[in-house]
Design a protein around this ligand. Structure first.
Ligand code: ADP
Length: 589
């Protein structure tokens, strides 16, 4: 053996350490590291064992091995896996884990260690403990198969330094492995999240498409159902204006009231679908809540009178004369609640109250209540009634009719406006619905609403009206109503014919259907307005859209096309009269 051994060993350890930090796979680097040491120390084998995590009593397994040419490889020897320290050599675990090196001649060992070592032709062995962060994690071993080598302390000390280096490398490798597993995990979760997002986007797109289809279907249905209903309700109106014998008048009134309930039901279903598909347009307008409530309550006067019920209403002083909210929706909520209160009460009365509080932030919170002394609602049914088609019990439908849509609409409207609705009730004593709605104080005083123009002394004699509709029943009904009002009327079955007749001129008011084949009402209106511009001498006609499609975007389209106002079917004599009056007023003014 050469003289300057410690230096040679130290140099070998230094070289081995450099190899260990070279780029490349960890297994290849450790094999090179062991080779570097093994060659320098001139042994047959160099290897390392790692303690098996969680083993008790502690066991170890061979992980990596370098062998000199011609020496048997033992890495895959099953005996060298999961070996128990204490079984091998009593005190071996204590020695190594205390950081002490371990060397011996094989002939001085006892079975089973001796048998294991002899089977590998080992004559002398040296083991260096590996520690990492103070923890004993395994050992490096050197086998001499040629001589019974007695290991010198300084040799063992140099090799112990190599074991410490390997300890750090093993730890670093484990951390890198767990980091790359974590990175892999993160990449995986990112991929999953991306694919979920993609799925969600697809689902949203599909549901948007379905929503659009649903809206188109609803608009269509609204048109299709309102058109024949228009005929039913309109003609019964005309019939009722004739002097009918009493029993016939009763029959016709029943037809009209059935028609009106059917219309109410269609409007409810439409409303509900619009709210559910997020297409309900809320309109924030300056308005008077007192006026709105008065109108709602006035419409129930006949019902209250016939059931001999009392009605009290109170609007608190804190409610400003004018505020900004959605008056139409609030009216709709009161209309439903008061209607129910009357329906489910046979004795006593109804009371309606509106108060306001001013939470910080400049808003107002309207605090509304509709109570009655009616049949009440059992506690277990009080939540269900706010659901679609939720009636308190099956007998309700038989006794009182209804569909169970009203309260579902009320709840959705209140919530869409940012408020809450609740019910308190005691069967046999009565029910009280309370709801809150945020509103704002009106900034400026509202301009006075234009009052309905007064009827001209000679009625509508001489007023020329053109009715445009592709449905003959509607035209017949319009002609009937206009005749009753005393107007002169002409009819057109489509937009093009309407534009031709308008060119010949002289119409004060045009009632224009919107959905028509060939040339629709929007196109016809644009043509008429163009003709009027070209002929400055001509007085522009007052064009009223008359449509079964009650969607607000349809109204906007009509006004943009040049129409003056927008009425929805079914045709009602009073609405037609008011529209004609406004038309005349505009022409005169
Ligand atoms: P509808 O009145 O058409 O059945 P609503 O959604 O308006 O539908 O009401 C749902 C149910 O709630 C009613 O069927 C009835 O059972 C119960 N209800 C609503 N208002 C009252 C009330 N004021 N008194 C007693 N029960 C009521």
């Amino acid at each position: 053996m050469p003289e300057n051994l410690p230096q040679r060993y130290l140099q070998a350890v230094a070289d081995a350490m450099t190899v260990l930090i070279e780029p490349g796979g960890f297994a290849a680097a450790t094999t090179r590291f062991l080779g570097c040491l093994g060659e320098a120390v001139e042994v047959a084998r160099a290897y390392y064992f790692e303690n098996d995590p969680g083993s008790n009593p502690m066991t170890c397994s061979q992980r990596c091995e370098w062998v000199r040419e011609g020496v048997s490889r033992e890495l895959h020897n099953p005996i060298l896996q999961h070996m128990s320290y204490e079984d091998l050599f009593p005190g071996m675990l204590a020695t190594l884990s205390a950081g002490t090196t371990f060397s011996m001649l094989v002939r001085n060992t006892e079975p089973p260690l001796r048998e294991i070592l002899e089977a590998q032709n080992i004559l002398s062995i040296a083991l260096m403990p590996i520690h990492s962060h103070g923890e004993f994690i395994g050992f490096i071993g050197f086998d001499d198969c040629d001589t019974e080598r007695i290991w010198k302390d300084e040799e063992l000390e140099s090799l112990r330094a190599a074991a410490a280096g390997l300890g750090s490398a093993i730890m670093r490798h484990k951390m890198e492995e767990s980091m790359s597993a974590r990175t892999e995990e993160l990449t995986m979760s990112r991929r999953v999240a991306l694919s979920l997002m993609e799925d969600a986007q697809k689902a949203v797109a599909a549901s948007e498409q379905a929503n659009t289809a649903k809206s188109a279907f609803l608009a269509m249905m609204s048109h299709e159902i309102r058109t024949p209903l228009n005929g039913v309700i309109g003609f019964t109106d005309l019939l009722l204006a004739e002097n009918l014998p009493d029993h016939q008048e009763e029959l016709v009134s029943t037809i009209r009231s059935c028609g009106n309930s059917l219309l109410g039901l269609i409007s409810d279903i439409l409303d509900l679908s619009k709210i559910e598909s997020g297409r309900m347009e809320m309109e924030m307008l300056p308005c008077s809540l007192r006026e709105g409530l008065r109108e709602v309550l006035a419409s129930f006067e006949p019902a209250l009178r016939s059931k001999k019920l009392t009605l009290t209403s109170h609007v608190g002083d804190a409610v400003p004369a004018e505020l900004v909210t959605d008056p139409k929706r609030i009216r709709q909520i009161f209309f439903n609640l008061v209607g129910n209160a009357i329906k489910f009460t046979s004795e006593g009365g109804i009371s309606v109250r509106i108060d306001a509080t001013a939470p910080p932030g400049g808003r107002l919170l309207l605090d509304c209540e509709v109570s009655d002394t009616g049949i009440g609602i059992p506690a277990e049914e009080q939540q269900r009634i706010f659901e679609v088609f939720g009636q308190a019990d099956p007998s309700i439908h038989r006794r009182f009719g209804g569909t169970g849509l009203g309260l579902a609409i009320c709840r959705k409207l209140v919530e869409a406006m940012g408020g809450k609705i609740s019910v308190e009730s005691e069967p046999g004593k009565g029910t009280s619905f309370k709801f809150t709605i945020p509103a704002y104080r009106a900034q400026k005083s509202r301009q006075a609403e234009p009052s309905e123009p007064a009827l001209r002394p000679n009625g509508f004699r001489g007023v020329r009206v053109l009715a445009v509709d592709d449905v003959p029943t509607n035209l017949r009904l319009m002609t009937g109503i206009l005749k009753k009002l005393g107007c002169e009327s002409a009819t057109a079955a489509d937009g093009r014919q309407a534009a031709q007749l308008a060119e010949e001129g002289g119409f004060d008011v045009i009632f224009m259907d919107v959905l028509m084949p060939l040339c629709d009402g929007l196109e016809a209106t644009r043509m008429i307005r163009k003709l009027e511009q070209e002929n400055a001498a001509r007085k522009p006609a007052y064009i009223v859209a008359l449509t079964a499609d009650a969607f607000a975007e349809n109204k906007t389209r009509c006004l943009e096309a040049g129409m003056d106002e927008f009425l929805t079917k079914p045709l009602r004599m009073d609405l037609i009269r008011a529209a004609v009056q406004r038309g005349i007023k505009m022409a005169e003014g």
